[in-house]
Ligand binder design. Structure first.
Ligand code: ADE
Ligand code: ZN
Length: 326
């Protein structure tokens, strides 16, 4: 059978997905109109023209301003529901999704509007097509630790709707250690922990070491740079830490998919998973990432199946629910 069909048909989990990164230009126009916002671009084509990135910083400069169209709870609902609908069609059975509350509260949108909209979409999507979804609250690492802590406090009333916390945005000069107290408190409050250790950042290996040894993360987002340090590879293996790799995203922010590194780590028995990161911006949802890596580096059916199984093994599903997928 057709390879694309095969990959779409594999039950998969998505573990590295930014909800704000699923804002397709068509929805952006609809929300702008609904909220009476004038956009600088006039057509979908013009919006796509702005999607030219050469590194993480140039991506983030396009990414954050686009979010201004998200204002009311139903805007956040529509964003998440459209994503979950696509994910379901793509063979995703379970998704653990990042959201950036500070990108919204920082411009006056109440925390409750953000999480309320996302939550109602999760409930509706589960009811309508059985997909399960969890939220991971990400702190913006280029803002202060105090602002992150205040955001964590704001999230506590909604703790039952949030499975874990993460760290994203511009990594340069913003090491995991900067947020040690925030993550320690989050752990005590019962949240699972993950962090972006983005591709080829300055001090990548030291940041990964801090995330693993000082913060004690339960997962690593990207984290592919462990290949440069045998000790880190062994640490990740010993702790059973999952890596959420994003090949197409890598090709946008570093001009390389990092396929040799990703497949090398997989072949060494690490818990490597494939994910989409910001699919509306990088033009590739989950199955497209499997197919892109296959096309670029060649993956036999066994490895594609192993990657799909890893996505559940590295997830935060409870053992009972995990059983149903393995
Ligand atoms: N925010 C959205 N996508 C991101 C990424 N890949 N790295 C850091 N911050 C992000
Ligand atoms: Zn990411």
């Amino acid at each position: 059978p057709d390879l694309a069909e095969f990959v779409r048909g594999l039950p998969k989990a998505e573990l590295h997905l930014h909800l704000e990164g699923t804002l397709e230009p068509e929805l952006k126009f609809r929300l702008a109109e609904r909220n009476g916002i004038r956009l600088p671009e006039r057509t979908v084509e013009e919006v796509r023209q702005t999607y030219r990135f050469h590194d993480l910083t140039s991506f983030l400069r396009v990414y954050y301003p686009a979010m201004q169209v998200l204002q009311q709870p139903r805007d956040f609902h529509d964003l998440a529901f459209e994503y979950l609908t696509r994910a379901h069609a793509d063979g995703i059975r379970h998704v653990e999704m990042f959201f950036d509350p500070q990108a919204h509260t920082g411009r006056g949108v109440p925390f409750e509007s953000v999480i309320g909209g996302y939550r109602s979409a999760i409930v509706q999507a589960h009811r309508e097509f059985g997909i399960s979804a969890e939220l991971i609250l990400c702190f913006l690492r280029d803002h202060s630790a105090e602002y992150a802590m205040a955001t964590l406090m704001e999230a506590l009333p909604y703790r039952d709707w949030i499975i874990g916390v993460g760290l994203d945005s511009d990594e340069r000069g913003n090491p995991p250690r900067k947020f040690a107290a925030v993550f320690e408190r989050a752990r005590r409050e019962g949240f699972l922990l993950t962090m972006h250790c983005d591709i080829d950042q300055p001090d990548s290996r030291e940041h990964i070491r801090q995330a693993l040894e000082e913060i004690g993360v339960d997962r690593l987002d990207h984290g592919t740079n462990i290949v440069e340090d045998e000790r880190l590879v062994e640490l990740v293996r010993a702790k059973g830490i999952g890596l959420t790799c994003c090949p197409v995203s890598n090709s946008f922010v570093t001009a390389q998919m990092k396929s040799d590194e990703i497949i090398g780590l997989l072949d060494r028995g690490l818990l490597v998973t494939l994910n989409s990161d910001d699919p509306a911006y990088f033009g590739a949802y989950a199955a497209d990432n499997y197919l892109a890596l296959e096309k670029h580096a060649g993956l036999d059916a066994d490895r594609l199946v192993e990657l799909a199984r890893n996505s559940f093994r590295a997830s935060w599903l409870t053992p009972a629910r995990l059983d149903g997928y393995l």
